[in-house]
Design a protein around this ligand. Structure first.
Ligand SMILES: NC(=O)c1ccc[n+]([C@@H]2O[C@H](COP(=O)([O-])OP(=O)(O)OC[C@H]3O[C@@H](n4cnc5c(N)ncnc54)[C@H](OP(=O)(O)O)[C@@H]3O)[C@@H](O)[C@H]2O)c1
Length: 296
């Protein structure tokens, strides 16, 4: 069984490669320096040479606000839609399974019910639109696919909300964080285990995956980040650092975000997969794995 992982220098791809290596599974990790997924012939040639049995497609344009800039839109489209289409086509030629990583941003965030995997998609921003079009490309070419929607991602190998909070929380005395976008975070280390478990089965389809636990706002998430770091002996105490809730309207950004990012993950249990640990437990393990002097 041979795996090919795209986006292998990225936040999730790196953890997927480590998980595969740890299990002794043969894995080829690629990033844009080895293969630009927007080059159709290069994708078909490369995949034809490697002949993977499973492809975990983590590569994407992930800069959500920059994706709104007119001068970036063609590039975003090429990576997230065309790149995914070429990879799906290559998988179809090789009879390989594809794990496509998607996002909560395919939904419009209306209501308060948790989204089911088959709910209607209606993305609010350009990044979300291209990730959704990527999903459609996967479904057009393949039947042996997993579309795995994740949300609020953090891990050791990237810039993310947790690291940003710890960094700015060191310097400031007040931080405002939005409290009207609700979801659950996803730790790439935990997700990598499930993605590998999943891809060794033929329980294909669309899935929602985040860490378990109660749904929270970004404000709740920030409070927990500071509480854990403070318990580790770093001064993120509420006496020194005030964390204030604000509404999204008070925090203007280029790309509109869904207010309701609650993802229903029951299908994981129905299909016999082991869900991820609770988000508080994951966050604690992640922050403890960082060197808060050096990494932050
Ligand atoms: N981060 C989140 O909060 C989040 C939330 C929901 C879903 N997701 C999805 O989860 C997946 C993994 O996200 P992540 O956080 O690990 O992203 P990431 O750290 O940005 O990694 C993505 C990787 O893709 C590479 N890439 C970009 N353009 C490429 C191209 N043309 N050819 C080949 N590789 C290319 C990037 O290389 P460069 O860095 O050199 O451009 C980067 O190494 C993505 O599909 C993303 O859409 C992420």
């Amino acid at each position: 069984m041979k795996f090919l992982v795209t986006g292998a220098n990225g936040q999730l791809g790196k953890d997927v490669i480590s998980e595969l290596k740890q299990r002794g599974i043969e894995a080829v990790g690629i990033d844009v320096d080895i293969l630009d997924i927007t080059d159709e012939n290069a994708v078909l040639d490369f995949f034809g040479e490697v002949k993977p049995d499973v492809v975990v497609h983590c590569a994407a344009w992930t800069a959500v606000d920059a994706a709104e800039e007119e001068e970036n839109k063609q590039k975003v489209y090429n990576v997230n839609v065309k790149g995914t289409e070429y990879i799906s086509h290559a998988c179809a030629e090789l009879d390989a399974k594809l794990v496509y990583i998607s996002t909560d941003y395919v939904f419009d965030g209306k209501g308060t019910d948790a989204w089911q995997p088959d709910d209607k998609c209606n993305p609010l921003n350009f990044y979300g639109k291209t990730k959704y079009q990527g999903e459609l490309a996967v479904q057009k070419y393949l039947s042996a696919y997993f579309i795995v929607r994740i949300a609020w991602v953090y891990g050791k190998n990237g810039t993310n909300f947790v690291k940003t909070m710890l960094k700015i929380g060191k310097k400031r005395n007040t931080i405002t964080v939005v409290d009207d976008q609700i979801g659950t975070p996803t730790y790439t280390f935990d997700l990598a285990r499930l993605l590998v478990d999943m891809s060794l089965t033929d329980k294909y389809g669309k899935y929602h995956v985040t860490n378990e636990g109660n749904f929270i706002s970004w404000y709740d998430f920030a409070k927990e980040i500071f509480s854990i770091a403070n318990d580790m002996g770093y001064d993120y105490s509420s006496q020194r650092l005030a964390v204030l809730p604000v509404s999204s309207s008070a925090y203007p950004v280029k790309a509109k975000r869904p207010a309701n990012s609650r993802l229903d993950k029951n299908k994981l249990i129905e299909q016999g997969f082991k869900p991820l640990p609770e988000w508080k437990d994951a966050l604690k393990r992640f922050i403890h794995s960082l060197d808060l002097q050096k990494d932050i």
